[in-house]
Design a protein around this ligand. Structure first.
Ligand code: NAD
Ligand code: MG
Length: 388
């Protein structure tokens, strides 16, 4: 029986690499559902190649084009975000890979968890926004959440075989992004073109900007808190520019376990698919014969203020990480349209954190309200700033 995988966001960076993993192991995995937001041409090509049962385009304006292009194939074609929530629940689906961007991942992930579908989680924003709710629901439904993010996959792999052995701390590695060595003065004038040029990874635009500001690492701290049930004080970030060590776990006897490998997202994607097994992969190997220097630095939370804002949000708890996520999505969007400066993004996020309504024990409806409110505030702040 091949594992039937629904890929939310199959046309993106993670989605296309997931399809490469499926192609590596045609005897193991099948794409049951492919979905995209806008890139209908890519989705049509993927559907023709992988012959899924279902395709969904979130943007309903593209439905006709998709339907007509696939008319000669027995593929069900749907549109809209409700359709995403429905297809993840279909009885044939074994696993849902959440590879879409941002807050939009929350609702389909909750539906998939309720339908007992194993989650391969790439969409970290889901855990940033509603980590408490998502992990409680996963526990109550006995639904495994397997990490795809390379750092969390590394931690997960370090924890295999450790059963109930207590973790002292989790050490997340960060490449430091393209601006690791920049001064505050230099950061003030960096452009989106510079920010979109990540030294070690080729990723979607949103996470590439988040990596440049280190909000991505802040989000990964929050993600680790919920995936591994550790306290914020037990999660440390260390800058490791070579991205060879993908993350580490320190146990109560002081032993540190690390996972190393090429910076290739197909590896953690495949591990989430195959866990607890490992499958042969043809991907490139690390070569220690080539001069390989591994270095470590402390992250600078003054130059990369987003990292401290994310820690602060996690410490405050409640809906604060949801507020930060919404403000950050608005800021990244604005930065990509040259409506806010690189450092201006942290200002807006910090001020949104002060202004948005704080909820100590949010439920799903609270998160929906918070997301809307924080987006409105961040947009207002951008507007004011823009005019001034
Ligand atoms: P991407 O922009 O390359 O792709 C996003 C995909 O999601 C596309 O297929 C797009 O059509 C779809 N999508 C976007 N918005 C949507 C919406 N509102 N409704 C439905 N579909 C939508 O992004 P990516 O780099 O592949 O990242 C995807 C997720 O994985 C993000 O949460 C990111 O943080 C996480 N992640 C990515 C990487 C990486 O190497 N790219 C690594 C770790 C984690
Ligand atoms: Mg990562």
């Amino acid at each position: 029986m091949k594992k039937q995988i629904a890929i939310l966001g199959s046309t993106g960076s993670i989605g296309t690499q997931a399809l490469q993993v499926i192609k590596e192991h045609p005897d193991q995995y099948e794409a049951y559902a492919l979905t995209a937001n806008n890139r209908v041409e890519d989705l049509i090509n993927q559907a023709r190649e992988f012959k899924p049962e279902v395709v969904v385009i979130a943007n309903e304006d593209k439905y006709r084009q998709l339907k007509e292009a696939l008319a000669d194939l027995p593929i069900k074609v749907y549109a809209g975000s409700d359709a995403l929530c429905q297809i993840v629940q279909e009885s044939e689906v074994d696993m849902v890979l959440t590879a879409m961007v941002g807050y939009a991942g929350l609702r389909p992930t909750l539906k998939a968890i309720q339908a007992h579908k194993t989650i391969a989680l790439a969409n970290k924003e889901t855990l940033v926004v509603a980590g408490d709710l998502v992990s409680r629901l996963a526990l109550a439904n006995g639904t495994p959440i397997l990490p795809v993010d390379s750092e969390h996959s590394a931690v997960f792999q370090c924890l295999v075989g450790e059963a109930d052995n207590a973790v002292e701390k989790i050490i997340l590695t960060a490449s430091g992004g393209p601006f690791r060595t920049y001064s505050i003065k230099q950061l003030a004038t960096v452009t989106k073109e510079q920010a979109l040029h990540h030294p070690n990874w080729h990723m979607g635009a949103k996470i590439t900007i988040d990596s440049a500001t280190m909000m991505n690492k802040g989000f990964e701290v929050i993600e680790a808190r919920w995936l591994f049930g550790v306290e914020p004080s037990q999660i440390e970030v260390v800058v490791h520019p070579q991205s060879v060590i993908h993350s580490m776990v320190q146990f109560t006897d002081g032993v540190v376990k690390a996972q190393l490998g090429m910076p290739d997202m197909r590896i953690p994607i495949q591990y989430a698919f195959s866990y607890p097994d490992r499958l042969h992969a043809s991907f490139p190997r690390l070569d220690f014969a080539r001069c390989m220097e591994l270095t470590f630095e402390q992250p600078d939370q003054t130059r990369f203020r987003n990292l401290s804002l994310a820690y602060e949000a996690l410490r405050q708890g409640g809906n604060m990480p949801c507020i930060v996520n919404a403000a950050n999505e608005v800021c990244v969007h604005a930065f990509l349209e040259d409506r806010v400066s690189f450092l201006g993004m942290s200002d807006i996020i910090a001020r949104t954190m002060q202004r948005a309504t704080f909820v100590t024990h949010p439920d799903y409806e609270d998160y929906v309200r918070t997301d809307t409110e924080a987006r409105r505030i961040a947009n207002e702040l951008l507007g004011t700033k823009h005019k001034g």
